[in-house]
Design a protein around this ligand. Structure first.
Ligand SMILES: [Zn+2]
Length: 166
């Protein structure tokens, strides 16, 4: 865990870097692109092409990054500007992300639609008679601790935790 002073310094550095990259693109061009992308995002949802305002986030981020790379930008700079720009677009159109719980597979399982589980969520061994999710207390505890770590982790740590078991 970073100290508050270190966290402040990191935020300040990230803000300076972001502002420099925005400046490299040109303030007017940046604002015009954000406004245009906001219209595209809203139109796509209104037309039913995307289910939510977040539906084009990935493709648009990729397109912005790709265009900037083709203009000679370094990949990391293009990526940071693309992320920043899409964050701004989604903020302006008031897109709301699902919370952590809504992002879990169990959230989509409605009553009566639940397909009976035959394997332990954690170790994937066959479930003993009478068990519905976990083979035992150890797996239940490990699974919940892993979820808690992912909830509290930074984006980079969460990606590491998620891919570690693959
Ligand atoms: Zn198990």
């Amino acid at each position: 865990m970073a100290s508050p002073e270190l966290a402040r310094q990191l935020r300040r550095r990230a803000r300076r870097q972001r502002d420099a990259l925005r400046g490299q693109l040109g303030r007017h061009r940046y604002d015009a692109l954000v406004a245009e992308l906001g219209r595209v995002v809203c139109l796509a949802q209104e037309a039913g092409a995307t289910a939510t305002l977040l539906g084009l986030e990935g493709p648009l981020r990729h397109a912005i990054r790709s265009d900037l790379c083709l203009q000679g930008w370094r990949w990391i700079d293009a990526h940071l500007v693309a992320c920043d720009m899409m964050d701004e677009v989604l903020r302006r159109v008031r897109a709301t992300r699902p919370d952590w719980y809504e992002g879990q597979p169990e959230h989509t399982i409605e009553g009566g639609v639940l397909i009976e589980r035959t394997r332990c969520i954690h170790c994937h061994e066959k479930l003993p008679e009478g068990h519905r999710k976990f083979c035992g207390a150890l797996c239940r505890s490990s699974h919940h601790m892993r979820l808690a770590r992912m909830r509290e982790a930074s984006e980079g740590e969460a990606a590491w935790l998620a891919t570690r078991s693959i």
